[in-house]
Ligand binder design. Structure first.
Ligand code: PMV
Length: 334
């Protein structure tokens, strides 16, 4: 039997950067994000005699497949704990990722969230949303948040208490401004270690992130879009600053990204309320009220390589989809 799940990337408004525990993937501070409604990863898992991983039509070996194999090991451990006969089974994993992989578009988040949901179902695990979030976290920290619908807060804590859960926030849109699609030079994993070990601003980053998360939660609860946007932009800049202060310096934003941030500031002066954020890559996301999304997308069309500034809204957390419909190309659309 084949089980299929779909998950979307999420873009953090309060960023996760740094681990308190490398093995368990526990963050040094909490974070908050919006799950998107496009760029899905759709993943099918079939129990099999040998373990294989196919991504976008190509069989994977090396580092990409090693992370998937390690993750399937966690699934088998859980199956054993739950006394399931599947505890010794291997799996064939087939994944289609519709966003640019490893270019700061959170492909690891949608990837491991979809894999967590599909593999948990294929192995017959009994897990609630909280446990699925904890499980996805082991694949990639930010994947814990892609389990959740719309807006998520991922708590720092121990293995039990570090999971993401939904938070209410006012409706908003994100305009993706893809200025580059290549693989990033330094993975998040390596960049986080370099920052933690060599950036003198790192302790301050941790304490200020905790404070800013509290402010963000208050602003979300109050439905205060202006404060949400201001906090999101300044926190993204702080993340890129603490990273840039590593030795040797690491820089994810390029000159095209900075041009986008400049235009965002200009749009604010022109009276369109929009704020910017960027993950560990050069692509920028503009945050707007839903009613301003079309105007902002239009302003950024000339900045993208293919004129495609995409409007994204809050989307669904990871969920099972009908495998037959996916094969026939009639699967549910966001
Ligand atoms: O989950 P990872 O290891 O891909 O790290 C993601 C880190 C950022 O995207 C830069 C920030 C975040 O909170 O998503």
């Amino acid at each position: 039997m084949t089980v299929t799940a779909r998950a979307y990337p999420n873009i953090a408004l309060v960023k996760y950067w740094g681990k308190a525990d490398e093995d368990l993937i526990l963050p040094v501070a909490g974070s908050m994000s919006m799950t998107l409604d496009d760029y899905p990863t759709t993943t099918s898992v079939t129990l099999a005699d040998t373990e294989t991983f196919n991504l976008n039509g190509t069989e994977q070996d090396g580092a990409g497949s090693a992370r998937v194999h390690t993750f399937l090991g966690f699934i088998r451990d859980l199956a054993e704990k739950q006394g399931l006969p599947t505890a010794t089974a291997h799996a064939r994993v087939v994944s289609v990722n519709e966003g640019p992989t490893a270019a700061g578009m959170a492909s690891s988040a949608s990837g491991f969230a979809a894999l967590a949901v599909a593999a948990a179902a294929a192995y017959g695990l009994d897990l609630d949303t909280k446990d699925l979030s904890r499980l996805a976290r082991r694949g990639s920290g930010s994947a814990s948040r892609s389990i959740i619908d719309r807006f998520a807060v991922w708590h720092a804590g121990d293995d039990e208490s570090s999971y993401a859960e939904e938070i209410q926030a006012p409706d908003m849109a994100m305009i993706s401004v893809p200025v580059a699609t290549g693989e990033k030079a330094v993975s998040s994993r390596k960049g986080m270690v370099a920052t933690a070990t060599t950036s003198p601003f790192y302790p301050e980053w941790i304490t200020s992130t905790e404070q800013i998360l509290e402010e963000m939660i208050d602003a979300c609860t109050a439905g205060d879009f202006t404060t949400i946007g201001e906090i999101a932009e300044v926190h993204a800049m702080r993340m890129h600053a603490v990273i840039a202060a590593s030795r040797p310096s690491i820089r994810y934003l390029n000159s095209a990204s900075l041009d986008v941030f400049d235009r965002i500031a200009q749009l604010r002066e022109e009276g369109i309320e929009t704020y910017g954020t960027a993950d560990a890559g050069p692509n920028v996301f503009a945050i707007t009220k839903p009613g301003d999304a079309a105007a902002v997308a239009k302003a950024f069309a000339p900045f993208t390589r293919d004129g495609d500034a995409k409007i994204l809204f809050p989307g669904r957390g990871a969920h099972l989809v009908d495998t037959d419909q996916v094969r026939a190309g009639t699967g549910e659309q966001p």
